[in-house]
Design a protein around this ligand. Structure first.
Ligand SMILES: [Zn+2]
Length: 487
């Protein structure tokens, strides 16, 4: 293809009103224009070609994992699924189609776990693909009220559109969202829980130690050896319920996870009045031992098996040392309760987490219960059942913005609008340049001939702006044609 045939408004000027670094590059590289009034991104030929090729690469990747590419033209894949999803284990049951520049997924799982396993495999396939590994792609998992969500995300600046504040571990690379499901890992497991259970339960005088930091200073222990006990209320008046959440002292409590564990529609920190109606303890000195029957104890799963912990004594200025799960206290409700924050321990390696920002490339939702659709299938026992219908979407513009932001001057091969940019230095080089164009096309590449009437310097600068992977400089009068891989 020849550049003069395409509408490519390249510009090295900083476009106004855009702060997303990826989007800025797309505009500068002539891929897109941005309409600030409507906050719309309109793709030009470069952007359209890059989108087509990038989605094509992903489509091929997903097809390898068993997702069926389809084109349903607005009807959605239900009509296809209705014909073929009859007996599980026999036919394909995940479908994708390109819709308005995105890849849209619908899948049918026999059980929640089976649908989750399938979606996790999709996430892993993308994360392991070298191009996405280079972008720093992570798979983030979170639980929502009625679904489980897996997001594909890459690190981005705060200004990125579709960005989500999160956390990451610079030591092991783990990434998450504040409410992410805590993965099982050594640093979080009961095995690594502090203490051995040899110490007796003992009262310690801790005047003014109403914070974990002051408590640790006074008793000379690390926060991971303390237990945080915080009370939360649901309901009002007669229906008031108080729950005490127990997490390790170096971790934060997720209100969302607690709310879901209590099956409540709203939750709030208990007021002194709430506490006065249920317990004798004092905020800052609360602990799970002897808190009273009126309070529901909810423990984070990392607390199970922990020993020799420092816990509040439920009276002002006193704590108990040597407290052990099972021997001295336990909880009827054990769930994942951790909220990930800056400086929380990494769930995989235990190193302090740092703040991060993620550009979400797409996400998949698996519903918590079967979807009562018109479609039923026969399960292994031969009975008719409703499937777990999961859905997903990979956002085309996010994908292009991520590739543009992190691909730098060079997009990954096969994702850029063109594989090669040919620059004839002088008009007399045009014939050789045309031949090179044909040669490269015959090799199966997508080359672009820069046939504009401007100097070679400008052409090379524009090629860099567009991020085309290979740059050919054709100069027949001196030394022939050059491949400048590092433009
Ligand atoms: Zn880590």
């Amino acid at each position: 293809m020849k550049l003069s045939q395409l509408l490519i408004p390249l510009s090295d000027k900083q476009p106004g009103k855009i702060r997303d670094a990826g989007l800025i590059r797309l505009v500068q590289g002539g891929f897109a224009v941005y309409n600030a009034k409507s906050d719309e991104i309109l793709l030009l030929p470069f952007g359209t070609l890059a989108l087509r090729r990038s989605l094509g690469k992903l489509l091929a990747l997903f097809a390898k994992t068993g997702v069926q590419p389809t084109a349903c033209f607005g009807a959605g894949p239900f009509s296809i699924a209705d014909r073929f999803v009859r007996v599980f284990g026999e036919v394909a049951r995940a479908f994708l189609e390109e819709r308005e520049g995105n890849l849209v997924f619908t899948g049918y799982g026999e059980t929640f776990a089976e649908a989750q396993t399938f979606v996790r495999a999709l996430g892993e396939a993308v994360r392991e693909e070298p191009v996405f590994a280079d972008l720093g792609c992570r798979v983030l998992e979170e639980r929502r009220d009625d679904a489980w969500r897996l997001s594909l995300a890459v690190p981005a600046q705060k200004e990125a559109r579709e960005s989500a504040p999160g956390i990451c571990c610079s030591a092991c690379g783990w990434g998450g969202l504040p409410e992410s499901v805590a993965p099982e890992g050594d640093a979080f497991s009961a095995k690594s829980a502090p203490g051995h259970g040899e110490l007796p339960l003992k009262e310690a005088h801790t005047p003014g130690a109403s914070t974990i930091a002051e408590l640790c200073r006074q008793l000379d222990v690390s926060p991971s050896r303390t237990l945080k006990t915080m009370c939360y209320s649901t309901g009002m008046g007669e229906s008031l319920r108080v729950a005490a959440a127990l997490v390790r002292g170096d971790m934060a409590i997720s209100l969302e996870k607690l709310r879901r564990a209590l099956n409540a529609s709203e939750i709030r920190r208990s007021t002194p009045e709430d506490l006065a109606r249920c317990i004798t303890g004092v905020a800052g000195y609360l602990g799970p031992i002897g808190l009273g029957e009126a309070v529901t104890l909810v423990a984070d799963s990392r607390v199970v098996g922990a020993c020799d912990l420092v816990v509040g004594a439920n009276k002002p200025d006193f704590h108990l040392t040597g407290a052990c799960w099972g021997r001295d206290f336990s909880a009827p409700l054990v769930v994942d309760l951790v909220r990930f924050e800056k400086d929380s321990p990494c769930p995989l390696c235990g190193e302090p987490l740092s703040e991060a920002n993620w550009r979400v490339l797409g996400h998949f939702d698996v519903p918590a219960s079967p979807s009562e659709t018109a479609l039923t299938f026969r399960d292994q026992a031969g009975t008719h059942a409703f499937p777990f219908v999961w859905t997903g979407c990979v956002f085309g513009i996010s994908l292009l913005s991520a590739l543009a932001e992190q691909g730098g001057d060079k997009w990954p091969e096969g994702y850029a609008p063109f594989d090669a940019w040919i620059v004839p230095v002088l008009p007399e080089d045009n014939e050789t340049a045309e031949r090179l164009l044909q040669e490269l096309a015959q090799q199966g590449l997508a080359p672009l001939l820069d046939d504009r009437e401007c100097d070679a310097e400008k052409k090379m600068a524009d090629a860099r702006l567009a991020g085309v992977p290979a740059l050919y400089l054709v100069d027949t009068t001196t030394s022939g044609k050059h491949l400048l891989t590092d433009a």
